[in-house]
Each structure stands twice: as structure tokens, then as C-alpha cells.
Design a protein around this ligand. Structure first.
Ligand code: DC
Length: 223
């Protein structure tokens, strides 16, 4: 199957919108591969923090991104054979990821890595620019969103469940700052792709959101 004909479903949206969980379940249901593109930015951020790389040195950060030894096994993420699944989910790593993601050279370094995930029988790709920049010819595009309050509550529960400490007010502030950075950056900003289905999940269960995405997918080519 030529790569360009392999189906891709893109699921973009702001942080803690539930897109990761929805993407995971949709991929599982369809037997598709999964690309968690945020993890790539988080891995670069984690490496930068560990190596004490200046967060304003675009060139050095891009070099780090280019030379990451990454592997995904089921739900686990490995950096040079170390399991960093939990480490990359910490708030400081997410915030750093959002900062370094504004650099064009970092995005360029991760571009080819992301395209490499497009394998038969199909791919569900989750991130910020999956439908706008990385897979503009995707078979279906979704933009998943939720109110900032709903997202902060979800993130709070996730962090507590993982045994991390969390504070609602700090989380709200961080989410707003990240939304602002991700939406207003000059390159690949967070915006719904043209033709994307927009889904507000503030009042929706994960199951309902997954069912809606699967229904849209099933309807492709039928109208
Ligand atoms: O989805 P996430 O919260 O794991 O992503 C972490 C950060 O990475 C996010 O704040 C912005 C950046 N990111 C990006 O710029 N483009 C993507 N496709 C995915 C994530």
C-alpha cells in the first residue's frame, strides 16, 4: 500500500482535552497505529532538562530532538531504553515541551519521525498540528476541545491518581498559559484544521466522544 493512501485520523486539541485517551481508544477499536506527538515534544523537553540545555538555544534543542533514541511499547515510552512513561507526564516537562515546541528547528527535527508512524492498516495521530501541518491529507480530522475548567479538573484527577501532588489554581494558570503559547505561536499554532469535525467534550464521557469519532469515521465516503 503506498504510504499516501494509508488512512490517517488526526485528533488535535488543547492540553488535557482528552484527545490522548480518545485517540488511544479509537486506534484500539480500528486496529490502527497510534502517534502521540506530544510525547515527542515531552521527550525532547525531558532530555533538555536532564542535560541542562538552555531553553532558548534553538539549535541545541533541535540537535537533541534529532538524536533522541525513542521507542514506544504498548502504553510505555522509552528514551534510550529507560522507561520514562511517567517522567514525561510531569507538569514541568509539559510546560517545557510547550516552550520548546515554538522553535521551528525543533518542529522540523521531529517532522520526519512523525511521518514514519504512517503504517498500514492506518494511523490515529494526536497533537496540535496533526491535521494542519503533519498530515494535511488525512482521511478525517477532529478537533477535540473542552472548557479550561473541565480540563483542569481532568488533569488534577490524572495527577492525583498517579501519585503526583497537584493544586487546582496552579493547574488552571498553567493550562491558560499553555493554551496561550500553543495557540499564539507563529509556527504550527493550535487551530482546527480546515474541514475538521469540532467536538467539545466538556460535558461528554470518553465513551461518547470515542463513539462520535468512530461514527464520523464510518461515515467517510458515504455522503
Ligand atoms: O499533548 P501534550 O500536552 O502531551 O503536548 C505537550 C506540548 O507539546 C504541548 O503543550 C505543545 C507541544 N506539542 C506541539 O507543539 N505539537 C504537537 N503536535 C504536540 C504537542
Amino acid at each position: 500500500m503506498p504510504t499516501s493512501t494509508i488512512p490517517v485520523i488526526t485528533i488535535d486539541g488543547p492540553t488535557a482535552s482528552g484527545k490522548g485517551t480518545v485517540a488511544h481508544k479509537v486506534a484500539e477499536h480500528l486496529g490502527f497505529h497510534l502517534l502521540d506527538s506530544g510525547a515527542l515534544y515531552r521527550l525532547t523537553a525531558l532530555q533538555a532538562i536532564r542535560r541542562d540545555t538552555s531553553l532558548t538555544d534553538e539549535h541545541a534543542l533541535a540537535k537533541l530532538a534529532e538524536h533522541l533514541h525513542i521507542s514506544f511499547t504498548g502504553d510505555a515510552v522509552f528514551l534510550s531504553h529507560e522507561n520514562v512513561t511517567d517522567a514525561i507526564r510531569q507538569e514541568n516537562v509539559g510546560n517545557t515541551a510547550s516552550k520548546i515546541a515554538a522553535f521551528p528547528a525543533v518542529r522540523q527535527a521531529l517532522y520526519g519521525v512523525q511521518l514514519g508512524f504512517r503504517k498500514a492498516p492506518g494511523l490515529v495521530a494526536d497533537g496540535r498540528d496533526m491535521g494542519t501541518v503533519i498530515f494535511p491529507n488525512a482521511s478525517m480530522k477532529v478537533f477535540l476541545t473542552a472548557s479550561v475548567q473541565a480540563r483542569a479538573e481532568r488533569r488534577y484527577k490524572q495527577l492525583i491518581a498517579k501519585g503526583f501532588s497537584a493544586n487546582m489554581e496552579d493547574l488552571l494558570m498553567d493550562l491558560k498559559a499553555r493554551d496561550d503559547r500553543d495557540t499564539n505561536r507563529a509556527i504550527a499554532p493550535l487551530v482546527p484544521a480546515e474541514g475538521a469535525h469540532v467536538l467539545d467534550t466538556s460535558e461528554m464521557t470518553v465513551e461518547a466522544a470515542v463513539a462520535q469519532v468512530l461514527q464520523w469515521h464510518a461515515a467517510i465516503g458515504k455522503s
